[in-house]
Structures are given as C-alpha cells and as structure tokens.
Design a protein around this ligand. Sequence first.
Ligand SMILES: [Zn+2]
Length: 216
Amino acid sequence: MTKKIFWKNPYLTELDTVVKKVNGNQITVNETIFYAFSGGQESDSGTIGGYTVLNAQKNGKELYYTLDDQHQLKAGDKVRIIVDWSRRYQLMRLHFAAEIILELAYKKFPTILKTGAHIAEAKARIDFKCEDSISSSLKELQAHAQSIIDSSQPIISAFSDEVTERRYWKIKEFSPVPCGGTHPQNTKEVGTITLKRINLGKGKERLEIFIKEKEK
Ligand SMILES: [Zn+2]
C-alpha cells in the first residue's frame, strides 16, 4: 500500500520518500503526494527523483508511476516527489466546486442521476440523466453554490474507514459525502464559479464548471 500523504496534507508540494519497487519504467514509492486519477479527478503532474511522471495509476491501495524509460531508479533509492502545484490547486478547487453543484442538484431534482464526472485543469464536468431540463434552474444553482463557497466555512475531509481507505467530506449544508479525492480546507478557496449547461439530447444534461479567483 502506498501511504497517501495527499489526504493528510493536500497542500504539500514536495516530499522525500523511498522507491519501493521498480518494474521496468513503472515504480511504486513508500509515501506519496502525487495524486493518481481516481473518482474523475485527473492525475497530478510533476517529477519523482527528477524524472517526469508520464502516467500515474491507482490499483487497489497502490499507486503506480510510469517514468521515462531512461530512468535509473532502484528499489531503496531516496527520491523527492514534486507536484505541479498550480495544476493540483486548480484540480482541488474545481473538484470541490463540482461536489457542491452535485449535492445541490441532487436536492433540487429528486430524479436526477449522475452518469459521469471529470475534473480537468481548465474545467470540471458532470453528466446527468434527468427527466426535467435543468436549464431554468441554472442561475439559481450557480447562485446557491456561490453562496456556500462565499460562506468561508471549513471543509472536513477525513476517513470513514481507514483500513479500506474510504473517505468523506463534510460541510454544514450536506450529509457526509463519500469521496477519495483532494479537497481544499475552506469553501472560499474555490473562488468564483460559472456554470454552463450543455444539452446532450433528451434526458441527458451536462454541466460544465469553471472557476476564477475571487475579484478583490
Ligand atoms: Zn471529492
């Protein structure tokens, strides 16, 4: 199992650790701050031991990193992991914006069903199956989400079961929500959100979420 420091401290951008196993160009490490694609949140980008991580993959409780074929790393080597913070922070903020929108959508539309979600650096999207069009509620949804973000409240992220690595997040508006992604510590960090609706055909809705820094 890779010890996932990005849960304990999602703000850590550098970490010294040790290579656990090497299998060709794929390695595992004892501890990591480098998030691997999971729950719709894209992988971080960055380096391990000075080598660019080409791919990060989660398999069970282990994270596998693919490096360039030229890498010289061996099991037991000390390495420093460095993650691209501007990308990660953007992913964390968009991820949490999507979480809020999703919870509000569930409350507003009892028949709605999430069919997919993807958090990239430029935007997040959520796909729904929904009997009603969400078009007329878009502004309201955005305003409600923004008011939660602007309430500047702490976001609790913790284990519900540490052995199976099940995690949740919680703010006062909602019941605990299961999620193993990375979240900011406070709602205000999300900034200002914009929602865009894309109609994918009858009964199918896509919401795209964009964020920008709060205007001063
Ligand atoms: Zn989450």
